[in-house]
Design a protein around this ligand. Structure first.
Ligand code: LMR
Length: 433
């Protein structure tokens, strides 16, 4: 199939859903947004929302047929397919760093329906860079070749203002890794700039209730920067990924207790996705019993368990020669599922969220991982039935201090004046030595 017939300028057809007046207003309120060079779009299939409304999917008008891609240009009748009659309205999901390893695992999970559900058609909007653009085309082609019934549209681009238009979810994975000799402050600055720009773009063009999951490191502070640059989106909607750390902690507890990991619940990761993170064994349970009742080895819990979880990313890099990708993708899928399905009774999940009004006494105005519950509506509440002891609190304060220092480092990106960077010694990503 010839690519030349499949790609065309993005501006003409990126967003299939009709824009409301609000959306038009939002865009005009951003007259100075940076526009990037010509983008390309792989336009697959037809507008699922329209299909559900109309009941019948008709062939696209001849004028727009040039925009569709291969098999997705064929006409089909939804009335003839009982399954699709009950489908929900199309969900628009943006993924940055879409040509990277994590995305390469994640996108196929999203398209398969295992994350948002088997009745949830999906549009994937893939954000890459000029450098990765050809790889992005390859990703889009592989998605097409996978023939996922729920995957209705795929678009690719390098301008967040185009790619984020009307998105319901933004999974922000793309970030620069720390290079040799690079100061941590410099990493915060470089990646912070990316997330400031993406926050502005989300603010301008995304759905007003977009849920944003920041994966690119240092993810807590990047999420803070992102939300500060998106004042029209509720701060509560921004998350930093600490689910990978929770999954790692569950696995270690299961190993030590000699049980399968489905027996482990109520595991919280408190704080920063860094080596100061606090895997909480005080509140965690094995088969409904407090972990400390089952695992009597307090020294192991306080030392080995904690360090193993904190440094798991680094050990993995030593083995693999690169950062975790598959397990990170799984944890992103888990993090989303935790928000779109009700939390099992009594349990909770960890996610890095904005600390305003938290009941634990953690400093306000940072993004801190805490225990949360969801009704499955995309929103969450903080769990209040948690125990605290001196050991736990001392470590929480250390991670808090680190995040407060990171915040000062990026003040120039959050609109809070001049940056002052004096990071504590142990400000490390899990993968750093
Ligand atoms: C991880 O936890 O595996 C990553 O965040 C490691 C890293 O620093 O890239």
């Amino acid at each position: 199939m010839g690519l030349s017939t499949a790609y065309s300028p993005v501006g003409s057809h990126l967003a299939p859903a009709p824009l409301g007046a609000g959306a038009a207003h939002r865009r005009s309120a951003q007259p100075h947004r940076p526009r990037r060079a010509l983008l390309a779009t792989v336009r697959c299939s037809v507008d699922a929302a329209k299909q559900v409304q109309d009941g019948v999917a008709t062939a696209e008008a001849p004028a727009s047929r040039k925009d569709c891609f291969g098999v997705f240009c064929t006409t089909y009748d939804l009335k003839a397919d009982d399954k699709t009659k009950s489908w929900k309205k199309l969900v628009n999901v943006a993924v940055s760093g879409a040509a990277g390893m994590i995305s390469n695992h994640l996108l196929f999970k999203l398209a398969s329906g295992e994350v948002f559900g088997q009745d949830q058609p999906i549009a994937l909007k893939l954000l890459g860079s000029e450098r990765s653009f050809q790889a992005l085309e390859g990703v889009a082609m592989e998605l097409e070749d996978s023939l996922y019934p729920l995957l209705r549209e795929v678009s690719i681009g390098i301008d967040p203002y185009e790619v984020f238009e009307d998105v319901d979810w933004a999974l922000l994975i793309g970030a620069k890794p720390r290079g040799p000799g690079m100061e941590r402050a410099a990493l915060l600055d470089i990646n912070g700039q990316i997330f400031a720009d993406q926050g502005k773009a989300l603010n301008a063009v995304a759905s007003r209730n977009v849920k944003v999951l920041v994966v690119g490191n240092p993810c807590n502070t990047n999420a803070l920067i992102c939300l500060k640059n998106a004042p029209n989106i509720p701060a509560k909607n921004f998350h930093a990924l600490t689910r990978l750390d929770e999954n790692r902690a569950k696995c270690q507890i299961a190993l030590k207790a000699g049980v399968f990991y489905d027996k482990v619940s109520n595991v919280t990761i408190w704080g920063n996705h860094s080596t100061t993170q606090v895997p909480d064994f005080l509140n965690a349970k094995i088969d409904g019993r407090p972990v400390k009742e089952v695992i009597k080895d307090t020294k192991w819990l306080e030392e080995e368990f904690t360090m193993t979880v904190q440094k798991r990313g680094g050990v993995l890099i030593q083995k693999w020669g690169r950062s975790s990708a598959a397990s990170t993708a799984v944890s992103i899928a888990d993090a989303i599922k935790s928000l779109v399905t009700p939390t099992p009774e009594g349990d909770w999940f960890s996610t890095g969220v904005y600390t305003t009004g938290n009941p634990y006494g953690i400093a306000e105005d940072i993004v801190f991982s805490m225990p949360c519950r969801s009704k499955g509506d995309g929103d969450y509440e903080l769990a209040t039935d948690v125990l605290m002891d001196d050991f736990l609190w001392e470590r929480i304060k250390k991670s808090e201090a680190e995040l407060l220092a990171e915040k000062k480092c990026v003040a120039h990106l959050t609109g809070e004046g001049d940056a002052f960077c004096d990071l504590p010694e142990d400000t490390m990503l899990p993968g750093e030595k």
